[in-house]
Design a binder for this molecule. Structure first.
Ligand code: KG4
Ligand code: ZN
Length: 349
């Protein structure tokens, strides 16, 4: 029987646990999101996140083992998110993963969270072949990465300030929407129209593949304030908020789609892989399908449930790395960690 890898994700506010078997695929996965707990505070509270991961990991592990009909002694390796992310949250997953691996006398491996994201579309059918360009759009990162194979990553461009997800979240907050703001803002757009307001497209014509989203948040703030002034301080009505949400989403997606097209033209590659939470955005998906299709390219997405943080992508990346002989040599976590640092590493240390 080919080997089974347990994956544990705890980098931020989602506890994800999954079992992946080479040759068979994903056996089971489970997720607990802390969104409701943090929404009270308008954002992630790191200490609360760490405590909750500690509480959730073992029950989720029991759940996936039951679902897959797999017992502890059938697990051959354990993969966990080593970074980047919140230090305490990472430590919660890393500690349990390493203790369990020690007790079961099996290897453990620390996985780069973004590697998990960018390989997640490979869990879908059809899966993209290497090489491809990955557009990583999450709450903390916005990057275009050339991917030639496992551990062969070249950074083509990235955000100079806020991430695309952060732009969604901060704009949503200005519109009085809860946390996480991205999905809430996207929902609000259904009752608005795009043409009412026009927001800037930062760095659209910068000639490189970098992004900048912090100015957009300021422009949304100005728009909100202006409308409040016009209404003599009375709160914005739903119609105005929906129109501002439309303008915001349109500006972010315009820039992402345009740079994604430029990345394919520049590299001569035909496959674009979209990964990370913002990849769940339906308008982004339809814009990319249209624009990249016009260039003769194809876009690959993870299944909706694997766009945002999850254990499946960590189990999968871990299985691939374990299969090529990578192992943990030292137990540590890396709250700050560039993906290109892992290029060509035989084992992540
Ligand atoms: O990848 P992810 O789950 O966590 C990080 O690693 O950051 O991404 C979370 C981000 C948040 O900023 C969230 O607002 C955004 O993804 N997001 C969305 C949508 N769903 C999640 N942004 C726009 N539209 C969505 N449908
Ligand atoms: Zn993520």
């Amino acid at each position: 029987m080919s080997s089974i890898t347990l994956g544990i994700e705890t980098s931020c506010d989602e506890t994800g646990v999954a079992l992946y078997q080479m040759g068979r695929g994903l056996l089971a996965h489970a997720l607990h999101t802390q969104a409701a707990m943090h929404s009270e505070y308008g954002g992630v509270v790191p200490e609360l996140a760490s405590r909750d991961h500690v509480r959730r990991i073992i029950p989720l592990l029991r759940l996936v083992m039951n679902e897959a009909g797999v017992s502890l002694d059938q697990i051959d390796a354990i993969a966990y998110t080593q970074g980047p992310g919140l230090g305490g949250a990472l430590l919660a997953g890393a500690s349990i993963a390493n203790s369990l691996a020690y007790t079961l006398d099996i290897p453990s491996i620390g996985i780069h969270h973004l590697e998990g994201h960018l390989l997640s579309p490979l869990l879908s059918d059809p899966a993209p072949e290497f090489p491809f360009v990955a557009l990583l759009v999450s709450g903390g990162h916005t990057q275009l990465m050339r991917v030639d194979g496992l551990g062969k990553y070249e950074l083509l461009g990235e955000t100079l300030d806020d991430a695309a997800g952060e732009a969604f979240d901060k704009s949503a907050k200005l519109l009085g929407l809860g946390y996480p703001g991205g999905p809430a803002l996207a929902r609000l757009t259904s009752s608005g129209s795009v043409g009412t307001y026009k927001l800037p497209r930062p760095m659209l014509h910068s000639g490189d593949l970098n992004f900048s989203f912090s100015g957009l948040k300021t422009a949304v703030l100005t728009l909100v304030r202006q409308n409040e002034l016009d209404r003599h301080g009375t709160p914005l009505n739903d119609r105005i908020r929906a129109d501002i949400a439309c303008a915001t989403q349109d500006a972010i997606i315009d820039v992402l789609a345009s740079k994604a097209c430029a990345s394919l033209t520049r590299t001569g590659l035909k496959r674009l892989v979209v990964a990370g939470g913002v990849g769940a955005n339906r308008l982004l998906r339809s814009r990319l399908d249209e624009d990249i299709g016009r260039l003769g390219g194809t876009v690959f997405y993870p299944d909706m449930e694997f766009c945002t943080d999850n254990g499946a992508m960590i189990a999968f990346a871990g299985a691939l790395r374990i299969a090529q002989g990578d192992r943990n040599y030292r137990f540590n976590v890396k709250p700050r960690w560039n993906l290109t640092e892992i290029n060509g590493t035989p084992g992540i240390v």
